[in-house]
Write a protein that binds this ligand. Structure first.
Ligand SMILES: C[S@@+](CC[C@H](N)C(=O)[O-])C[C@H]1O[C@@H](n2cnc3c(N)ncnc32)[C@H](O)[C@@H]1O
Ligand code: SF4
Length: 356
């Protein structure tokens, strides 16, 4: 049976409330998996790949891809075609921070006007002022998930690289109060990605944030698509566990969602920082999104997942935790622009971070 991504972690008791919400999505997986997949109900749209934080376990500060913004026409084409094939949910983020986009509300409104049932975002919350959230709600936002990766001000700075713990806590409290006072229907969720250094903060996290959030996902930092496994292994013990063929499952991303990158590509992975799993250039394609969803490149990738034959794919490093060489599944031209300053900042913080 196909298991959603990180399924084992969701099974832990601590995630039981959150699991119920995720299960709604896993119910959308086809019962039998094959190379051809029914059109999914969920999509992730990378409206921008830029972020104002530099989380220690995130690929964002290490990313080589140039910062970009999604073209509005490409988005309109994507949404209107997808809705015709049954798309219901749009997540407006994948690698970047949604509140970095000045036109976030336009993206929300456009999705709702086209008939999308649920629009959601995941945010670090530092720019989520009450006014911004009120206008996002007015545009049609249904759900907001806050990524808060430490329960103390000191460790928050070490993890996120920004001293925004108080600001984020205040934003969340303001939004909660507004929702309660005015009976606003806006789902508030949370996530706490912990490392060896912050694992002991779980109880404090729950004490501080459970009162505001409907449910929180609490899981250890993973390898984010297997691109920097050696660094993650230094700070998150669970990522050191070696996996065998029997332990791994095909990745649900290949069957349950479409992911549009800010350049207008379609990729198989929600954390494809370097466009390794792009299987179509949607922006410049004459093909309908439903044809792209089952094109030969993605069908071949699905077959490889079903056969657990992942050599030369970044998926091998993601699922097995290996550090092997890999190739892109399609030739993609894109501009590279490393942010050496951000890269150095996370590398330097890595030193303070490891438990001696
Ligand atoms: C890449 S972020 C993008 C959206 C937004 N900037 C945010 O932080 O919520 C999406 C989610 O991935 C999580 N994340 C980042 N690195 C991770 C890792 N190594 N393991 C597990 N989750 C991770 C973040 O905490 C966040 O909840
Ligand atoms: S987890 Fe989110 S907030 Fe943190 S660096 Fe990555 S994209 Fe930015």
């Amino acid at each position: 049976m196909l298991k959603p991504f990180n399924y084992k972690l969701f099974l832990e008791n601590i995630n039981s409330k959150y699991r119920k919400i995720i299960h709604k999505r896993s119910d959308q997986l086809p019962k039998k998996l094959s190379e051809n997949a029914p059109f999914p109900k969920n999509c992730l749209v990378e409206i921008s790949n830029s972020c104002n934080h530099e989380c220690i376990f995130c690929n964002s500060p290490r990313m080589e891809r140039r910062l970009n913004k999604l073209n509005e026409k490409t988005y309109e084409k994507f949404i209107s075609q997808s809705v015709q094939h049954g798309m219901e949910e749009v997540g407006l983020y994948s690698t970047g921070e949604p509140f970095m986009s000045k036109n976030l509300n336009w993206f929300i409104k456009t999705a709702k006007e086209n008939g999308i049932k649920r629009v959601y975002i995941t945010t670090n919350g530092s720019l989520a002022s009450i006014d911004k959230v009120k206008s996002a709600k007015k545009a049609g936002l249904d759900s907001i998930k806050f990524s808060i990766n430490s329960a103390t001000k000191e460790n928050y700075l070490l993890v996120h690289g920004k001293n925004d713990f108080d600001k984020v806590t205040q934003n969340i409290s303001n939004i909660f109060k507004w929702k309660k006072d005015e009976n606003i229907d806006l789902e508030m969720l949370g996530s706490f990605i912990y490392t060896d250094k912050t694992k002991h903060e779980i109880d404090l996290f729950k004490k501080t944030f459970d009162k505001y959030l409907l449910a929180t996902m609490i899981i250890p930092a993973g390898t984010q698509g297997g691109r920097f496994n050696s660094d993650i292994k230094k700070i998150s013990t669970p990522s050191r566990v070696k996996k065998s063929k029997d332990d791994i499952h095909p990745c649900s991303f290949l069957w349950d969602r479409i992911i549009l990158t800010c350049e207008g590509y379609i990729t198989a992975c929600a954390v494809d920082y370097e466009l390794d799993l792009v299987y179509a250039d949607f922006r410049n394609s004459e093909l309908d999104i439903s044809e792209i969803w089952n094109n030969n490149i993605i069908k071949e990738l699905r077959k490889k997942h079903l056969n657990k034959d992942l050599n030369n794919l970044v998926c091998k490093n993601c699922l097995y935790g290996t550090n092997d060489a890999y190739k892109k599944i399609m030739n993609v031209s894109y501009e590279k622009k490393r942010n050496e300053k951000n890269e150095k900042k996370v590398t330097d913080r890595m030193q303070d971070f490891q438990i001696k």
